[in-house]
Design a protein around this ligand. Sequence first.
Ligand code: DOR
Length: 447
Amino acid sequence: MASTITASGSMGSAATRDVLVLTEVRAIDPAEGLDGVVDVVIEGGRITRLGPGAATDELLRSERSDRIDGRGAWVVPAFVDLHAHLREPGEEYKEDIKTGLTAAARGGFGHVCVMPNTKPVNDRRSITEAMVARAREVGGPRLHPIGAITMGQNGGELTEMADLRDAGAVGVSDDGKCVMSAAVLRRALEYARTFDLPVIQHAEDHTLTEGAQMHEGAISARLGLRGWPRVAEDVIVARDLLLAEATGARYHVAHISTRGAVRLVRDAKDRGISVTAEVTPHHLMLTHEAVLGYDTACKVNPPLREQEDVDALRAALADGTIDCIATDHAPHSSLEKDCEFAEAKPGMIGLELVVPVLLRLVRQGALPLARLVDALTAAPCRVVSIERPRLKEGASAELTLIQPERPVTLDGFASKSKNTPFLGKQELGAVALTFAGGRIAHRLSGV
Ligand code: DOR
């Protein structure tokens, strides 16, 4: 039976009975060294039993138990997204915290880090606090704000990072814009280091991308669109790695997209520099050829690159040079997308697409399943110091049930926006159930 990926239950609803039992499910938690068929018992918001035969006859017969037959399914720790734009405050017509967290739950996420390019910019305690408070009201996946590096993301005066951290920020970034001044970035790294916050850079030398619409190459030339050369990313990553080395701070490359930046990160890791990197599903799955029909859904920043970049990104994700997968969920309304290419805003939604889009990579043999799970769970938690969801007796129930063979149509999103080139595609792989913070945040109908 094909289903839309969002034919699901509601946020924050508790299980109908107070014990949930998953039987004969393949449990995969690479950080725990776990990959095997087990039963999982969830009671009172915690995993109380996990192992072969954990679902006793007594438990299964009990009226308190709600049983899900896990045969053919996988259970993994709930995903952690390092990079989403939920648009609240300021652009709630594109997304808000409620719809964004609902989309996250449907995509299998238990934690979402949200970028500060809201209106106003999240450059102060009061905005960070308001975001956290709104997310608590909504329930479901936990929201972790990322504060701005500079006031108003203007690239000059640094934010008060101690305040941001105390209010709940887990990192700092001027995402959407690059911190162009080496002097400012140096001070930001030094300052963030004193609070143990990672500095997350949107690596784009704006002097090399003025007016750019897509990747600079044969296709931009053919379409007559101004190009965004790879070197605009590489030159910033190279400079920043020197600054990271000089300061000893935690430096993280957002949405890495070029083979050159991959090489720089690999060399820096070999030299012991404290650097991590994330890649998006769209940069792993698409090339600049997707732009050939001037489809504005394919306009994104950084732009879709060439096959050799995609190959380098896939290899680097597989070998751990790229630590994490992050969605860069960037909702835009039809106002910003149903227009000329040059007028369109860059960005794609992603929270509800990770499983169906990326299982294709696993099936093709381009990415080991354990690495996919690690890149969505333990690895992002190492970047931003979030306590890692885990499949372990006694742990809080933060887990995601995947039906890898279930056909889905990529449509009917919980997100307010539908700007994705994957819209309407048929794929295999559904998120059947998400537990966030010990409660059911999403349950696909029929599960
Ligand atoms: O494509 C993008 N959209 N890249 C970014 O860095 C920002 C994002 C947005 O906020 O729309």
